[in-house]
Write a protein that binds this ligand. Structure first.
Ligand SMILES: Cc1cc2nc3c(=O)[nH]c(=O)nc-3n(C[C@H](O)[C@H](O)[C@H](O)COP(=O)(O)OP(=O)(O)OC[C@H]3O[C@@H](n4cnc5c(N)ncnc54)[C@H](O)[C@@H]3O)c2cc1C
Ligand SMILES: *[C@@H]1O[C@H](CO)[C@@H](O)[C@H](O)[C@H]1NC(C)=O
Ligand SMILES: *[C@@H]1O[C@H](CO)[C@@H](O)[C@H](O)[C@H]1NC(C)=O
Ligand SMILES: *[C@@H]1O[C@H](CO)[C@@H](O)[C@H](O)[C@H]1NC(C)=O
Length: 620
């Protein structure tokens, strides 16, 4: 391991010392991310050779993402149960753990690389009018690609779930599970009744922050925001990001939940195996097992108790539909049998922001520019002490939650989040590629400032009204589904984002940010210039061009009571009309919370695990 690290250090040293082209730097990092692959085999559970799998398991969990790793851990706590965890992707590697590299993980095989269908109403500034929708295809799932931002949402989110008929999901019901997840190490909040140090997942501040972040926090306070623990009693306010990091290193679901149990004999993990179908007896509607494909060879494994689907908000609905569970009309059109007629794939939700809002600061203040921070010194600091700028998750540093309807209510229900990054699209050559921004727009708007010190602010819509849909493109598991996000179908969603921009402009005009010379970058997007830079119509046009997903896809296998015509699973996460099948992941979310979705998904998985144990008469 140490030898490997020194090779990396030398590699980076060569790259940075010789000041090679930007292109070489990117290629170098991506190459390292790829070739470092499978290093984690020594920490992760090993890949069980296909011929050593059992013919039947008590439980089969499909997908080793945020939720799947939790389920595999919790269900295999019962030594009498055999559990199989099946994952389409391969192992994690230690390069993925370096928080600053989050932007780079979308270019390697760890990403499903989904794209939304072309649109003329949103994602207009992206190549072909399509937004990139990365999703983790790796042990750890999207918790390996994500920006580690740790937010639970508002208590009213869960009280609302409960009021929709989902008994057992009120805030009071779910708080114990949020606490069960975390080992929370921010000193100021150690004794808070909202936090715990007993959980598997490390949550902390990043060990490093920029001076720009300090100025943003101060300016927010000058604008009237309190500094808060947004995962505590009240959500409204400003804070540094609480992130899923342990000791400066990414804490993926796999690191937190699988590494500690890698040798548990009753848990088998099958990697690089794509589940192509859930096997359901069409007469009894009993789930009997799954079919998976490894190296083009199909295999079948039985489940004597349950199959649990944790494939995430795109793959879970796809797999259900491929297996005969979905909207009757759509399945029939695809030539698929209909085992249970449910609104699978509907209710697609996401959080989006107006992207690209960039502020230039006095160049004596250093922002997070990849070309400047990937230095031998900083790499040594990271590898030896887990400190320094490499520990900042993709450059994200500060956030604000605000209730724009009730701006003076310190205990409001936020409809907007302002996320600040200590750098911008010009700070890292891959960022614009992550989002797929067209060269034409990049060259016109951002190239002129590419050497400046900058920060970026995203107004992120927390409670979107628009709903989208996932649909099959074909009856084959090999074809990615259609994605129709339907962003901004409701004008309210646009209006809230524009108000968010106004809030950002208020904050950036405060003395603390003026002191560092913060100035809005005012070159207009050519396609919006006729509306007049800075007007409401301009910002609407900007939002429709730079529709940045914050990657919170959810809701496509909606949880709801039997009376809810759009429900796919009941409040115990059991698929309606089928026996022995549950969905436990971000797709069961009935209404997206005012939160980044990783923490809520962890909570859902912890609670789902307990429900399964209860239903099978096993509680510790
Ligand atoms: C780039 C990015 C940044 C993000 N940033 C944040 C953030 O900062 N904070 C936050 O809270 N949230 C963030 N999110 C969202 C968050 O990570 C997800 O909401 C969460 O991980 C969802 O968990 P899940 O268990 O539902 O799905 P996933 O974690 O996506 O897991 C699904 C797993 O199932 C596997 N799988 C799917 N289909 C099959 C199949 N047929 N056979 C076998 N295996 C299969 C997949 O490969 C994957 O490993 C981000 C997401 C992305 C992609
Ligand atoms: C929680 O984290 C602290 C600090 O990293 C560690 O010392 C402690 O052992 C962890 N607790 C658990 C229950 O894992
Ligand atoms: C930038 O900051 C330096 C040091 O505080 C100051 O001397 C200089 O005038 C500032 N420049 C601008 C353009 O504000
Ligand atoms: C911004 O500040 C102006 C002037 O103080 C105020 O009228 C407006 O409501 C503020 N907007 C937001 C969204 O906070």
């Amino acid at each position: 391991m140490l030898k490997k690290l020194s090779i990396i250090l030398i590699f980076f040293a060569v790259v940075t010392q010789q000041q090679q082209q930007e292109r070489n730097l990117i290629d170098g990092i991506i190459n390292l991310l790829e070739t470092g692959n499978r290093q984690y085999n020594v920490f992760e559970p090993r890949d069980m050779p296909t011929n050593q799998l059992r013919a039947s398991y008590d439980f089969i969990v499909v997908g080793a993402g945020t939720a799947g790793c939790v389920l595999a851990n919790r269900l295999s706590e019962n030594p009498d149960w055999n559990v199989l965890l099946i994952e389409a992707g391969n192992s994690e590697n230690y390069m993925f753990d370096m928080p600053i590299l989050a932007n780079y993980l979308q270019f390697i095989e760890t990403n499903w690389k989904y794209k939304t269908e072309p649109s003329k109403k949103f994602c207009m500034g992206m190549d072909n009018g399509q937004c990139n929708w990365p999703r983790g295809k790796v042990i750890g799932g999207s918790s390996v690609l994500n920006y580690m931002i740790y937010t639970r949402g508002n208590r009213r989110d869960y009280d609302h779930w409960s009021a929709m008929g989902n008994s057992g999901w009120s805030f009071e019901d779910v708080l114990p599970y949020f606490k069960k997840v975390e080992n929370f190490s921010i000193p100021a909040y150690q004794d808070s009744p909202y936090h715990s140090q007993e959980g598997h997942l490390g949550v902390s501040y990043a060990p490093f922050k920029t001076k720009i972040a300090d100025a943003i926090i101060e300016a927010s306070q000058q604008n009237g925001f309190d500094y808060v623990d947004y995962n505590g009693a009240k959500q409204v306010g400003v804070s540094r990001l609480q992130v899923s990091l342990r000791d400066g290193v990414r804490e993926s679901s796999s690191r937190a939940y699988l590494h500690p149990i890698r040798d548990r004999p009753n848990l088998h993990v099958k990697k690089q195996a794509m589940v192509s179908k859930i096997l359901i007896d069409p007469n009894t509607k009993q789930t009997v097992g799954v079919e998976f494909v490894r190296d083009n060879v199909p295999y079948r494994v039985k489940a004597s108790k349950e199959v649990i689907l944790s494939g995430g908000a795109i793959n879970s609905p796809q797999l259900l539909m491929l297996s005969g569970v979905g909207p009757k009309k759509h399945l029939t059109k695809m030539g698929l049998p209909v085992i249970s007629n449910l609104k699978v794939g509907h209710n697609l939700m996401d959080h989006i922001a107006l992207g690209g809002l960039t502020f230039i600061v006095n160049n004596t203040f250093k922002s997070l520019r990849t070309d400047k921070i990937i230095t031998t010194e900083n790499l040594k600091l990271y590898f030896n002490e887990h400190k320094g700028p490499m520990t900042i998750p993709g450059g994200c540093e500060v956030l604000i939650f605000q209730d724009l309807e009730n701006p003076t209510d310190k205990d409001g229900y936020p409809d907007i989040e302002i996320l600040f990054q200590g750098g911008s699209i010009v700070s890292d050559p891959v960022l614009r590629k992550d989002f797929g921004i067209t060269d034409e727009i990049y060259d016109a708007v951002y190239k002129p400032i590419q050497d400046e010190e900058t920060f970026m602010a995203f107004p992120m819509l927390l409670r979107p009204k628009s709903r989208g849909r996932i649909m099959l493109k074909s009856p084959s598991y090999q074809h990615k589904p259609y994605i129709f996000p339907n962003y901004f179908a409701e004008q309210d969603d646009i209006d809230t984002i524009i108000k968010g921009v106004r809030l950002i402009l208020n904050i950036t005009s405060q003395p603390a940010l003026q002191k560092i010379g913060a100035k809005l970058h005012a070159i207009p997007i050519p396609q919006c210039a006729h509306l007049g830079f800075g007007t409401d119509p301009y910002f609407e046009c900007m939002a429709r061009h730079f529709t940045f997903t914050i990657y919170h896809q959810s809701g496509t296998c909606k949880m709801g009571p039997r009376s809810d015509k759009r429900a796919v699973v009941d409040p115990r996460l059991r698929v309606y009309g089928v026996k022995g099948l549950r969905v436990v992941d971000a797709s069961v979310i009935p209404e997206i919370p005012a939160a980044h979705t990783n923490a809520p998904t962890f909570m859902i998985a912890e609670k789902g695990s307990d429900m399964i144990k209860q239903d099978w008469g096993y509680m510790q």
